[in-house]
Design a protein around this ligand. Structure first.
Ligand code: ZN
Ligand code: ZN
Ligand code: ZN
Ligand code: ZN
Ligand code: ZN
Ligand code: ZN
Ligand code: ZN
Length: 559
């Protein structure tokens, strides 16, 4: 038999068979039928339309979308005004020759220029030598920040690491102070984060001033806490007779740095950190404390004038937070203090003294056995739409975390920062996908935090255009500068449906913006007791549904 040269399959649906035909080189052909086993599958309905969304726990700072449009949405739908949408962008991404490895090459080049030729990143940026800006400036994120959370490639000869790039941003020095500064800069000191590589504060967040030593911690005070001496050399055993101290300058500097960071640490522990005898460490501690304080500059002695104490953040929902201030002298116009200029209260991480008159003082509410605190107009934090501050509001127990949360007699105005939300399930409801609660909730309970990408105004506008056309809007206004968009990343809260509070169905929750550790966050709160299994519904209000100009939606309840 000659070789097969061609085959053909033909299906006969009516007789549920298939014809298998072979063609041979000599022009002949043969047909063999194949009986099919036909399964009639039930008709599958298409899933209701949705947007792919990556799940996140906390909001992610995004800033602005790229000025180069990555693709044209709804390109084959003539109703979408592509021309109008294109106005938001400066160029098309597909016209740019983008090479994803280029960033890595630039990082390595910058790293070598810095390390081998001692050219600072700032000077490299000024020279416009490289195709990317390295340092963040004017709200634009630089390549160094941008690539902090990406993996660097391991190419032969590649020398840059995240740590070395970070260290290279600082002046070259290997002393403890500089190394500590480098390590701390990776760590977000905002009380909501206290973690490295936080997703919200992409640009370095200011660190508060080091703590002043507690004057009560004298020898007697320490002995009370210490109990047993740590060894023969312990300060507890050695009352006076200052020992012969043979410390090098590096030893002393190391001690000073550790003491600055943690002045109230037990001398026994300081001794371990400094690798020195305990009694010597205690002696050095006293020497530093007794040495005359640095003269206070005249600018710092200036008193705040009453006019300098005007505030526009009395209602935290009606102002835009600024970065913590950092300047010489008191927080007033002469210092160009940005808290003063924004008429804002000074924040935890401001560099002014703790006595600064502009600082927020928290509330003085106390809890009772019967109910939690800080949810009435008697609470200064609650009226100002701020969550309580665990370092300032000491009596309401907002500092407590963990299991104690389940009791009701602690602060009820700190649920977002404590992450104290309810179990939720996303499933098909009356209006497509909806959010359902899996455990009972009481009035005032936080159901979920609304999380998403934190974006600037310009990006809000371009995304609003798409949201308006799509008919689904996941944008919340946070303040005049920032919005929260959970179109692409978010949690179960993005599926919460609208309820117009008419025709028998009533909303059971509301969305409120709170100032939480100096930044705006959105909580979804129960307006009544809700039982497990109920759908969560919010009346987003008329302004949520975009008007014809695509105006920014704000669906914030002021309570
Ligand atoms: Zn952070
Ligand atoms: Zn200030
Ligand atoms: Zn300040
Ligand atoms: Zn201040
Ligand atoms: Zn309170
Ligand atoms: Zn409070
Ligand atoms: Zn409180």
């Amino acid at each position: 038999m000659t070789q097969d040269v061609e085959m053909q399959l033909e299906m006969d649906r009516a007789r549920e068979t298939m014809q298998f035909e072979r063609f041979y080189e000599d022009g002949s052909s043969s047909i063999s039928p194949i009986t099919l086993h036909v399964i009639h599958a039930p008709e599958v309905q298409p899933h209701s339309s949705y947007e792919a969304c990556a799940p996140i726990q906390r909001s992610v700072f995004h800033g602005d979308d790229s000025d180069a449009m990555p693709f044209m949405p709804f390109a084959d739908e003539p109703e979408f005004d592509a021309h109008d949408y294109a106005q938001f962008y400066g160029s098309f991404a597909w016209e740019q020759d983008y090479d994803p490895d280029l960033e890595i090459i630039v990082l390595e080049a910058a790293h070598r220029l810095r390390n081998l030729h001692d050219i600072s990143f700032q000077r490299i940026d000024e020279s416009v030598l490289l195709p990317f800006t390295l340092l963040s400036k004017d709200g634009r994120t630089g390549l160094l920040e941008m690539s902090r959370s990406r993996d660097l490639l391991k190419w032969p000869g590649f020398t840059a690491t995240h740590h070395s790039l970070q260290a290279a941003s600082e002046p070259a020095a290997h002393d403890l102070r500089t190394r500590l500064k480098g390590a701390i800069s990776l760590f977000c000191p905002n009380l909501s984060c206290v973690q490295p590589w936080c997703s919200v504060h992409v640009e370095p967040y200011p660190i508060p001033n080091p703590k002043e030593p507690d004057p009560k911690l004298t020898r007697k005070g320490f002995i009370k806490v210490a109990g047993k001496p740590c060894g023969d050399d312990c300060f507890v055993n050695n009352q006076d007779s200052p020992p012969d101290i043979l410390w090098t300058e590096t030893d002393l500097e190391t001690f000073k740095v550790i003491f600055e960071v943690t002045p109230d640490t037990m001398p026994c522990d300081l001794a371990v950190l400094c690798r020195k005898p305990c009694r010597e460490v205690f002696h050095q501690r006293n020497v530093i404390l007794q040495s005359p304080a640095e003269p206070v500059p005249d600018s710092a002695k200036r008193k705040l004038r009453p006019r300098a104490l005007e505030f526009s953040d009395i209602d935290a929902n009606k102002f835009t937070p600024n970065k913590p201030c950092h300047h010489d002298g008191p927080c007033d116009s002469l210092s160009r203090c940005n808290c003063f200029l924004n008429k804002a209260h000074c924040q935890r991480n401001c560099h002014c003294t703790l006595k600064c008159g502009r600082r927020w003082r928290g509330c003085r509410c106390a809890t009772s056995k019967a109910h939690g605190s800080c949810v009435s107009d008697k609470c200064a934090c609650y009226i100002a739409h701020r969550e309580c501050d665990p370092e300032l509001c000491l009596k309401c127990k907002c500092k407590l975390t963990g299991l104690l949360d389940s009791t009701n007699n602690i602060c009820q105005n700190s649920q977002i920062q404590r992450g104290h939300s309810k179990g939720l399930d996303v499933k098909e409801g009356t209006w497509g996908l909806g959010t359902f609660i899996t455990e009972p909730a009481k009035e005032g309970d936080l159901i979920a935090e609304y999380v998403g990408e934190i974006i600037y105004e310009a990006t809000t506008e371009s995304r609003q255009d798409v949201a308006k056309y799509r008919g689904r809007n996941y944008l919340f206004g946070l303040n005049d500068t920032l919005s929260l968009d959970s179109t692409y990343v978010g949690n179960a809260a993005r599926f919460i449906n609208h309820c117009a509070d008419t025709s028998g169905s009533l909303s059971n929750c509301r969305a409120c913006v709170r100032l939480v550790n100096d930044e705006h966050r959105i909580g979804i709160y129960a307006m009544q007791d809700i039982k497990a299994g109920d759908e969560i519904l919010i009346n987003y209000g008329p302004s949520f549904f975009l008007d014809n100009n695509g105006n920014k939606s704000v669906m914030l309840s002021q309570q």
